[in-house]
Design a protein around this ligand. Structure first.
Ligand SMILES: *Cc1c(COP(=O)(O)O)cnc(C)c1O
Length: 422
């Protein structure tokens, strides 16, 4: 494969940006490749600066559930652009988007639009602290909630210890209030509540984890989180930045039948633009300024162009709910191809990860047993056959509504051909 243009661009980029990238995983360090610079993308395909074409299963890490450059979204964005890029003032589109969110996710009675998933979860945590008057939060090993200080903790020293920051530049004092539990282990949460119950503002969780690879919740796990938080007067925050509008119009909370107090959304809700949201019960969200005393604001929050993209995407998903069963069918075919090749796969709806370990992956410890070098080899084989997958073992494959049956068949063939090593 000729990637000379990407290589040249990467050399220029490295002199200008840390690692040549604007988000670390793009550097493809884990898989030992030069990052491909993208020229354009359309439908299920992505094209690099050397004209190579790939079937894309990254889909911008989740937003592009309708594929790239959906014509209705592009046209809505073009119309919005013609009316001005930003006003810093109220407009109809944001009301429409809030209505769409609330209609599909009824636990969101009031919503606030923000610009990134990081901001959404960070703000939801602040709201929970403001509402409960408590300071501690519980998160899970292997769950990612964006890069705000207090959530950048995986917990290096096991359970029942205060969080240890994952990142330099995060003072330990900023993560002292972050308690870390084990995903899919309700007992680890109970233990934290037994010690700190009256001090815990919220449990924040990815209802289906997708940032240590895809790890669905085991039966009863989310129900137990609901029960424990209610018992102690803490809030339950679902980080549905990936799962929202992905596992169905009502997200993970609808799929699993567990209702959180607050929800963070991102990725799909923005239709490919920088837009995210958080919301929940009226009495909690009324803590947010200007109604309440929890401050949160944004110059570009509810940006009219981003909102137009979000509205166009959600409108299409609402009008064509059969998209979800189609996504499920296509992703199941890919899952089958992996399984027939002897691979270890977790799948939930149109999210899938192949794990290079013999262990069932149910939490961070089992995810960590993966052979990263084997994944890297798998990644490079797929890439050389025209399949663009995530350059990391701990990410999901995303299927979109416009992956055709031919795309899926081709992908399954490549999986079977290249799978000697599973
Ligand atoms: C992507 C992601 C975030 C962060 O969203 P950004 O828009 O990248 O800030 C937060 N939580 C989850 C579950 C995510 O997958």
């Amino acid at each position: 494969m000729d990637i000379r243009n990407s290589e040249r661009l990467y050399e220029r980029a490295k002199k200008l940006m840390p690692g040549g990238v604007n988000s670390p995983v793009r550097a493809c360090k884990n898989v030992g490749c030069t990052p491909l610079f993208i020229d354009h993308a359309k439908g299920s395909r992505i094209y690099d600066a050397d004209g190579n074409e790939f079937i894309d299963y990254v889909c911008s890490w989740g937003p592009n559930i309708l594929g790239h450059a959906d014509e209705d979204i592009i046209s809505a964005v073009q119309t919005a652009c013609g009316k001005g890029l930003t006003y810093g003032a109220c407009h109809e589109g944001e009301v429409e988007l809030a209505e769409r969110i609330k209609r599909n996710i009824p636990s969101i009675e009031l919503v606030r639009l923000v610009s990134s998933g990081t901001e959404a979860v960070m703000s939801a945590v602040r709201a929970a602290r403001g509402f409960t008057g408590r300071d501690r939060i519980v998160k899970f090993e292997g769950c990612y909630h964006g890069h705000s200080d207090g959530l950048l903790v995986r917990g290096g020293s096991g359970l029942l210890t205060a969080g240890v920051p994952d990142s330099a530049g995060v003072p330990k004092a900023f993560t002292d209030l972050t308690l870390v539990a084990r995903y899919n282990d309700a007992a680890s949460v109970s233990a934290l509540f037994e010690s700190f119950g009256e001090e815990i503002a919220a449990v924040v969780v990815e209802p289906c984890a997708a940032n240590m690879g895809v790890v669905p919740p085991v039966e009863g796990f989310l129900e137990a989180l609901r029960e424990i938080t209610l018992r102690y007067g803490a809030l339950l925050i679902f980080d549905e930045v990936i799962t929202g509008f992905r596992l169905g119009l009502g997200g993970a909370q609808e799929k699993y039948g567990v209702t959180p107090d607050l929800t963070a959304l991102g990725k799909i809700v923005g239709g490919g633009m920088p837009l995210a949201a958080y919301g929940g019960r009226t009495n909690i969200m009324e803590c947010i300024a200007p109604v309440g005393s929890v401050y949160q604001a944004g110059t570009l929050s509810g940006n009219p162009v981003a909102v137009a993209a979000g509205n166009a995407q959600l409108k299409k998903l609402e009008e064509q709910p059969q998209i979800y069963s189609e996504l499920d069918r296509k992703c199941a075919a890919i899952e089958r191809a992996f399984r027939e090749s002897g691979a270890n796969v977790n799948r939930e709806g149109s999210l899938l990860t192949v794990f290079f370990t013999d262990m069932a992956v149910t939490d961070y410890d089992s995810a960590k047993t993966c052979d990263i070098a084997a994944y890297a080899e798998h990644y490079r084989r797929l890439l050389s056959e025209g399949i663009y997958a995530a350059p990391s073992q701990f990410e999901a494959m995303f299927v979109s509504a416009v992956h055709s049956d031919e795309d899926i068949e081709r992908t399954c063939e490549v999986i079977k051909q290249t799978a000697k090593k599973f």
